[in-house]
Design a protein around this ligand. Structure first.
Ligand code: FMN
Length: 214
């Protein structure tokens, strides 16, 4: 290449972008006692679909953790910026703070999320600022994180339990997540093969595409 061509050559031709190099940190919080159940399978498929982002994944199985529900001590609204209850959930909250994507999963048990999941959600109150009711930015989490809520149910009626994701999306948007992506598996029982469920695999693919594009 002569001098003239060198000057006009694009200097960043072979440089990859910062986005290409950045590792995506994912914290996966499993609310089912079934380690290889429907909701756990959905998370694995989602992580597979995000491979281009070179995800670094931390998984917490709530059923195997030792933790209490919220103690209503109000320390997180008065004297402390974080939950003062020190147990296995402390490291879950630490991982959430440093993650790009948080995936929370739960089957429906008797019309609600599982007890394990609800125990975690109550403790997420510590992610609300003290003035969360009036503050336009009520959450303590840094901006830009994405939240995926995976819910599965045995009942085939999609209208049933649609309120669950809507309600907890409000909860998690208050903690600081602006982008909340739901994935629902409907009419799936203990023997279902999620990988053959087109509605679910389509939803996973669409969610992964949105996360990668954001
Ligand atoms: C104790 C228990 C309660 C359940 N309650 C409901 C329910 O109220 N409505 C429903 O649609 N499915 C219910 N199911 C079915 C599960 O939600 C469903 O099989 C789910 O896909 C399991 O997800 P997993 O494999 O990730 O654990 C219940 C299952 C169990 C074990």
């Amino acid at each position: 290449m002569d001098d003239l061509n060198l000057l006009s050559a694009p200097i960043n031709l072979h440089l990859t972008t910062e986005k290409e190099h950045r590792i995506m940190k994912i914290t996966s919080i499993l609310g089912s006692p079934r380690t290889k159940g429907n909701t756990a399978t959905i998370v694995n498929l989602l992580i597979d679909a995000l491979q281009t982002a070179k995800p670094e994944v931390k998984t917490h199985e709530l059923n195997k953790l030792n933790f209490k529900g919220c103690q209503a001590c109000m320390a997180c609204k008065t004297t402390s910026e974080a939950c003062v209850v020190k147990d296995d959930l402390s490291r879950v909250f630490e991982d959430i703070k440093t993650s790009d994507v948080v995936v929370l999963t739960s089957p429906v048990y008797i019309g609600e999320v599982t007890a394990q999941t609800k125990g975690f959600i109550d403790r997420a109150y510590s992610l609300y600022k003290p003035d969360f009711r009036t503050n336009p930015n009520p959450g303590r989490l840094p901006a830009g994180k994405k939240f995926v809520f995976v819910l599965s149910q045995g009942n085939p009626d999609e209208k049933l339990y649609s309120d669950i994701i809507a309600r907890y999306s409000g909860t998690f948007s208050r903690t600081g997540f602006k982008d909340i992506f739901p994935i629902r598996a409907i009419g799936v029982g203990p023997q279902s093969d999620i990988k053959q469920n087109k509605a679910v695999t389509d939803s996973i693919a669409q969610t992964a595409a949105k996360i990668l594009a954001a």
